[in-house]
Design a protein around this ligand. Structure first.
Ligand SMILES: [Zn+2]
Length: 176
């Protein structure tokens, strides 16, 4: 018997704690360039008073990286393959809708999220002051505990001047 087996999961639940084991890990990535004509940055579902990002949807680069990881783990497809840039339905779209799609997809595939770990790379804004709110937004949209989500910020430490925000996301999944 292995941790992913149905019987083992049942025994674990009967044991009184909902310990979940990761059956596979998936990785997501996204980047968006800054856009001089936008004065609101949408990041992790937070609306921040800061120069915004270029994009077809609301350009929420963090949410896109999380969605990219979930879609690759469940469908073996990237976010660009599922939510196409040339589809008018995605113009100015709220990226939280992509997470709602992922929540339903996970349920349909009997897969749950064990944890989500994200890194946002940018000089500004300072991510630490928004991190908890971002974790709450992501966990609410996916209907999981906030403690399963972690978002941290890193700067490039002055190594380059790329005018964009980059996000990486790793998602631990449990296929029942
Ligand atoms: Zn994107």
């Amino acid at each position: 018997m292995r941790p992913g087996d149905k019987l083992v999961n049942k025994i674990i639940m009967i044991g009184g704690f909902m310990q979940q084991y990761i059956t596979h890990v998936s990785f997501g990535y996204d980047s968006h360039a800054f856009c001089n004509t936008k004065d609101t940055l949408v990041l992790g579902g937070c609306r921040i008073n800061h120069i915004g990002l270029k994009g077809v949807s609301d350009a929420d680069v963090l949410i896109h990286a999380v969605v990219d990881a979930i879609l690759s783990g469940v469908l073996r497809k990237s976010i660009g393959e599922v939510f196409r840039e040339d589809d008018p339905e995605n113009y100015n779209r709220n990226s939280m809708e992509f997470l709602h799609y992922c929540r339903d997809l996970l349920t349909q595939n009997n897969t749950s999220i064990v944890n989500i770990d994200c890194t946002i790379i940018c000089e500004t804004p300072k991510i630490s002051q928004y991190s908890h709110e971002m974790c709450k937004n992501i966990s609410n949209a996916l209907d999981i505990e906030t403690s399963k989500v972690f978002v941290k910020g890193k700067t490039r430490d002055g190594l380059d001047n790329i005018d964009c925000i980059i996000c990486y996301s790793v998602v631990g999944l449990c296929k029942k």
